[in-house]
Design a protein around this ligand. Structure first.
Ligand SMILES: [Zn+2]
Length: 315
């Protein structure tokens, strides 16, 4: 969600420095050229800022102005989704981490708290879902604000009438994909693997294991398991390709409807090759292969003829 905010930051640098946006763009491009392309335009913008003597550190940002790599951002927002505090072991010590989604009128972003004093505000109920919060000295890592012991985190009196709660999906090329991005891309299916099947618990939707002839859920014991399918495909938009996973619910939109007929399903799978579609979802790191993977939760046809056919058939 952060990538497209670059232009807003340009505007802010222009306003603060009194230079034109074109001048600042030239400086940024010169910086990138000088560093032989080793730096992103966001990174170059921050160097240019430092060279102009502009500090963005004391400015309050709207969420849609935040850029990857910013180190001391100040932002106010409303907690719209609070996740349970998690504990984890590191070097024999128990640590805690808390996460929530914060929104303002422009966008929303995940916030990660690492400091026990900050986490305490959540554990004690001083900050709950619906609270307004003020962050100072937060760092932007990937698409998240991370707060450590040098950051400040406290309740705010600011009221938010309307905030952006929907997931912010940015159109990106595959070459620009980064872990945890919510993205949509128009791409061709260049490879399709055999669909795979597994069973889940009807209560908690987690995978069940087959013991003898019964399916067992870790939490719910013997359950009448539900059959689910997934398919791995590779999509390519001309900039790069990425391994992509689609689950059960989106398979019909992809064109896979014959989930119980192996032969028909195989034919449908073959038909996917070369098809261009609009894919939306999130990028995550596959811990097994240690490479990025695109988890798609929405597929749209962009084939006009196909669309028209569908409409006519419905009529
Ligand atoms: Zn279960």
């Amino acid at each position: 969600m952060v990538e497209g905010n670059y232009n807003k930051v340009l505007e802010r640098i222009a306003k603060t420095s009194g230079l034109s946006i074109e001048d600042i763009q030239r400086k940024i491009e010169a910086k990138i050229a000088k560093l032989a392309g080793l730096i992103s335009k966001e990174g170059a913008a921050q160097i240019v800022c430092a060279e102009l003597g502009i500090s963005l550190e004391n400015e309050k940002f709207k969420i849609d102005e935040l850029l990857p790599g910013m180190r001391k951002v100040n932002v106010v927002g409303k907690v719209i989704n609070l996740f349970p505090v998690r504990t984890f072991e590191r070097q024999g010590k128990t640590n805690k981490v808390a996460n929530f989604i914060m929104a303002d009128e422009t966008s929303n972003i995940k916030v990660v708290l690492w400091d026990t004093n900050h986490i305490e505000l959540i554990e004690s109920g001083k900050i709950t879902e619906g609270s307004s919060v003020e962050i100072s000295g937060g760092g932007i890592r990937d698409n998240e604000i991370h707060l450590g012991s040098f950051s400040d985190f406290k309740p705010s009196d600011q009221k938010f009438e309307e905030v952006k709660t929907e997931r912010i999906v940015k159109e990106k090329s595959i070459a620009e994909f980064k872990p945890r991005d919510s993205v949509s891309v128009r791409a061709f299916i260049v490879q399709a693997f055999d669909p795979r099947f597994f069973h889940v618990c009807p209560e908690c939707k987690k995978k069940v294991v087959l013991e003898g002839d019964k399916y067992v859920c870790e939490a719910h014991g013997n359950v009448p398991a539900e059959k689910r399918a997934l398919i791995n495909i590779v999509i390519d938009d001309g900039t790069e390709s990425i391994r992509t996973v689609l689950f059960n619910d989106v398979l019909p939109d992809l064109g896979l409807t014959e989930l119980d007929d192996t032969e028909r399903l195989f034919n449908q799978k073959q038909d996917l090759l070369g098809k261009e579609m609009l894919f939306s979802g999130v990028i995550r790191m596959n811990s097994f292969f240690n490479n990025p993977e695109f988890i798609v939760d929405k597929v749209n046809d962009i084939d006009l003829d196909n669309l028209i056919n569908k409409l006519e058939n419905k009529g």
